[in-house]
Design a protein around this ligand. Structure first.
Ligand code: AMP
Length: 542
């Protein structure tokens, strides 16, 4: 028997309608690429989004299900695209501006984008891409200064495009399972692969991220969206914030630590997201130039790579700022877990609590996790049995977009294989020891590169550390630690080995170290181990 409840499709249109109805005076602030500030409200967003939807249909002739790409920083115009494109039944496809030209060309061709909205400051990059992709693509420039010139063909100005369009528009009717967004993986292994989000998955993900066990965002918050809108759709925050009625602040390309601190202070930000490298930079900058007043920041949410306990501790002790770790992937929309301590942990010491918070956390309602051991059995939730994590749920991909080898990434019973390895404990906390491809097998024993990195970054003189496996005649593989020292510091190998010896068996401690100026990073700011392995193979890292 069917329930007798309304059929109410969960779509992105529902989100923006809700924001306009209930929170129309909430603020959206953008620090634009030229350094100027733009401020308007949810109500203004709503009207301009409708104008853009009209333009998409009337001027750009975008049809339902077609892909419309964005090549933009984080700002209000990009937010308008996030709602206007799905509003006409099309698919919003943010392109990662930090990928190589070849990868960007590959992705545009694979997605068959019909239109590309781009920031004027990114024109020099897109000029290299445009001759290599379909000549039928229409280009729209945003934030163009007067006299803007480019070799990109068919360029229209965003403001001219929407200027004479009506502020009324009836959203194109879609099924909640229709696609609304497309994100490609950052392609550290093979070609980038597309995760095609549905309206329903986007809505349910946003609703869950908003909850206290998730990112805990409400209408009292002012949120700084540091994660690029081209990285897993800014972790879904453009949808989360409007559902929550939170003010939103967009930094566009102003992501340097001092610029972020300035925004945190001036805009009285209460919640911000970002990868660990962003927060490492912010911490160092605060340390060099301590703020006169305590920041309003209640919590910074970190994901994309492990949050080192040493960083969490230093931020809390020095500035009273709380870091919360989350785990997810492009394929999981992205939020899968958040690491928060609970009532059962309240009597533990600070360091014991920190140990728990340094795990990746427990899964949010709507997703399920399991770890599969080498023998194919599900690992018991005992904090010891190691396996590869598999995940399923309402906002987890069921297959990649137009991809022939889906079978290898899913279990026979349909769970997505994450490629991350680790344990789940009796309270449900996932603890990642590595990406499976980054684990080091030395003399038949596994060594966790991630555990070594976190411990190395806990040594006060070390700023960054990344560990990769290198071939070894005797042990097959050995860890190589690549280290960046804090300014003005020196260190001996013996000091490092002694510091590691409390936590690690001697066979786990690296014998080989290299000192770097900077650890190579991926397009989304993670340590680029593929590049480090390549540099090592060609003798540049020895
Ligand atoms: P991406 O699809 O670029 O977001 O990358 C997803 C991968 O980032 C995951 O499979 C993990 O390997 C890694 N990752 C994300 N969050 C965390 C975290 N909190 N701790 C450790 N690794 C993480």
């Amino acid at each position: 028997m069917k329930g007798l409840m309304m059929d109410y499709p969960l779509t992105t249109n529902i989100i923006i309608e809700y924001g306009n109805r209930v929170f129309s005076r909430k603020e959206i602030v953008s620090k634009l690429p030229d350094g100027s500030w733009h401020r308007y409200t949810y109500g203004d967003l709503y009207k301009r989004t409708k104008k853009l939807s009209n333009a998409l249909i009337n001027k750009l002739v975008v049809k339902q299900s077609e892909r419309v790409a964005t090549f933009c920083w984080n700002h209000y115009e990009h937010l308008e695209m996030y709602y206007a494109i799905p509003g006409v039944g099309a698919v919003c496809h943010p392109l990662n501006v930090r990928l190589s030209i070849d990868q960007i060309v590959y992705i545009i061709k694979h997605a068959e984008d019909k239109v590309i909205f781009f920031d004027a400051t990114l024109a020099p990059l897109l000029e290299k891409v445009a001759p290599q992709v379909s000549p039928d693509i229409k280009y729209i420039v945003v934030n163009a200064p007067t006299g803007f010139k480019t070799s990109i063909p068919n360029v229209l100005n965003y403001e001219t495009l929407i200027a004479n369009e009506s502020e009324t528009f009836e959203w194109v009717k879609v099924d909640e399972n229709d696609a609304c967004g497309l994100s490609y993986t950052s392609g550290t292994t093979g070609d980038p692969k597309g995760a095609l989000y549905s309206h329903r998955s986007t809505y349910l993900h946003a609703l869950t991220v908003m909850t206290p066990n998730g990112a805990n965002i409400s209408s009292n918050d002012r949120v700084l969206l540091v994660v690029p809108q081209f990285h897993v759709m800014a972790w879904g925050y453009p949808f989360v914030c409007i559902l929550a009625g939170a003010d939103m602040v967009f930094p566009s390309m102003h992501l340097q630590p001092d610029a972020l601190i300035d925004i945190l202070q001036k805009e009285k930000i209460t919640i911000a997201n970002g990868v660990p490298t962003i927060w490492m930079g912010v911490y160092d900058a605060l340390k060099n130039n301590p703020p006169k007043e305590k920041l309003a920041l209640k919590e910074y949410i970190v994901g994309g790579s492990a949050l080192a306990p040493s960083l969490t501790r230093s931020f809390e002790k020095d500035f009273g700022l709380k870091g919360t770790q989350a785990w997810g992937m492009t394929e999981t929309s992205p939020l899968g877990t958040t690491s928060r301590i609970q009532k059962i942990h309240e009597n533990l010491s600070y360091e014991e609590q920190l140990k728990i918070r340094s795990k990746q956390g427990y899964e949010l309602p709507g997703v399920e996790l399991r770890a599969i051991m080498e023998d194919g059995k599900i690992a018991p939730r005992d904090g010891h049995a190691v396996g590869e994590f598999e995940i399923r749920g309402a906002w987890i991909i069921a297959s990649y977009y137009k991809f022939s080898d889906n079978a290898s990434r899913f279990s026979k019973d349909g769970w997505f294989k994450t490629g991350d390895v680790g344990t789940i404990d009796e309270n449900g906390y996932m603890n990642i020891t590595d990406r499976s491809k980054d684990l080091i097998k030395s003399g038949g024993e596994w060594i966790s590169s991630m555990a070594l990195e976190l411990a190395l970054m806990g040594i006060p003189k070390i700023k960054e550390a990344a560990v990769i496996a290198i071939p070894d005649d005797k042990w097959v593989e050995r860890p190589l630690a690549c280290i960046v020292l804090k300014e003005g510091e020196t260190i001996t190998i013996e000091e490092i080995r002694t510091a590691l010896s409390n936590e690690f068996a001697s066979y786990q401690i690296p014998n080989s170290f290299v000192l770097l100026k900077e650890v190579p990073k991926t397009s989304v700011g993670k340590f680029d181990k593929k590049e480090m392995r390549r540099l090592h193979a060609i003798d540049q890292l020895k």
